[in-house]
Write a protein that binds this ligand. Structure first.
Ligand SMILES: NC(=O)c1ccc[n+]([C@@H]2O[C@H](COP(=O)([O-])OP(=O)(O)OC[C@H]3O[C@@H](n4cnc5c(N)ncnc54)[C@H](O)[C@@H]3O)[C@@H](O)[C@H]2O)c1
Length: 317
């Protein structure tokens, strides 16, 4: 069993990875500064779930503090999952400095500390936002990267640092480009969260654009599985891999799926497109299949039903 540091482990994806690996018997250290971008109460609940899943501890710390990262990522640590970030495209359009500080400097600190501690591998959470302007679909990893938001730029810089730390200093790193992840405990600022809550309350929904923009939505369990498969996998060192479902649906179709699951009467209002939003995303997952044996197993309908089960339990009008 390994000792594994998970930055951002109080968040949506990090807490799922931490929970799964704690249950498998690994020693888990969650590092998170409980940033107030969304409810700190939700993050504390996520931490409790992980702490109750096995040998796990929580350290309240900030990835922008190199000394702290060097204290935490010491010679006893085998692997680092780096999930901490200022996520979200729209907030990055409002204030590009915070995502730059956390996502770029924070990643550099985690890499430096990991290199000093001689960790076996750093697995970095990247994003489909690095692709930006679509030249062709599906996106394979060779598709040009022209982000259309400050968030996308920050994630691209972070994954380039990961590649360079491998090529220049020999630190094994892999960046996973996640495509819109959803499922239980998902971030409240993501479209599926917002739409679902509004639908359960029969309140109107606002769609930015005409709703014909498409997204590859990836269920959380598939993302966790991909992350877990990277433990001890050296074929992926220095590489970036797409982690998506390999399918896409339009926002309008997503809403119709949610409507049929919730039986909601919510009206849909269309308004102007948001700056920084990608038009379409779709992952080519052949490389992850080949190098990781990654095989997404939860389709959108099933994933939304699973998510709905959690939301209905927690939902209060
Ligand atoms: N959710 C998605 O659809 C998606 C898609 C692509 C990429 N990603 C990436 O996956 C990772 C996890 O995303 P998520 O959706 O779970 O987001 P999240 O906001 O739920 O989790 C991020 C966590 O990082 C923590 N954090 C923020 N700043 C920090 C700092 N300075 N020091 C320490 N911790 C800090 C937050 O408190 C939070 O708990 C991020 O790197 C994100 O960019 C997510």
């Amino acid at each position: 069993m390994s000792k594994i540091v998970i930055t951002g482990g109080a968040g949506f994806i990090g807490s799922h990875i931490a929970e799964k690996l704690a249950k498998e018997g690994h020693e888990i250290v969650i590092v998170d500064n409980l940033d107030d971008y969304y409810s700190i109460e939700l993050k504390k609940k996520n931490i409790d779930i992980v702490l109750n899943s096995g040998d796990a501890t929580f350290v309240n710390s900030d990835v922008t503090d190199l000394n702290k990262m060097q204290e935490i990522i010491d010679g006893t640590v085998d692997y680092v999952y780096h999930e901490a970030a200022q996520a979200g495209v729209r907030i990055s359009v409002e204030n590009p400095f915070k995502p730059n500080d956390i996502n770029v400097l924070g990643t550099l600190n985690v890499l430096q500390a990991s290199m000093d501690a001689d960790v076996r591998k750093v697995i970095n959470a990247s994003s489909s936002s690095v692709y930006g302007k679509v030249q062709y679909l599906p996106f394979d990893e060779q598709h040009p990267t022209q982000p259309v938001s400050p968030y996308g730029v920050s994630k691209l810089a972070a994954e380039q640092y990961c590649r360079v730390f491998y090529e220049v200093y020999g630190l094994p790193t892999t960046s996973l480009r996640y495509f819109t992840v959803y499922g239980p405990r998902m971030r409240p600022d993501l479209a599926i969260s917002i739409f679902t809550r509004k639908m359960l309350a029969n309140e109107p929904i606002t769609v930015f654009g005409d709703g014909e923009q498409t997204r590859d939505f990836t269920y959380i369990d598939d993302v966790v599985e991909a992350n877990q498969r990277l433990l001890g996998n050296s074929r992926t060192d220095g590489r970036v891999l797409n982690i998506g479902s390999g399918n896409r649906i339009s926002v309008n179709d997503l809403i119709e799926n949610l409507r049929s699951i919730t039986d909601s009467d919510s009206e849909v209002n269309y308004t102007g497109k948001q700056k920084g939003d990608a038009e379409n995303t779709l992952a080519d997952i052949s490389l992850s299949k080949k190098l990781l044996g990654y095989e997404p197993s939860v389709d959108i309908r099933c994933g939304l039903m699973n998510y709905m089960k959690q939301i209905k339990k927690d939902f209060r009008c």
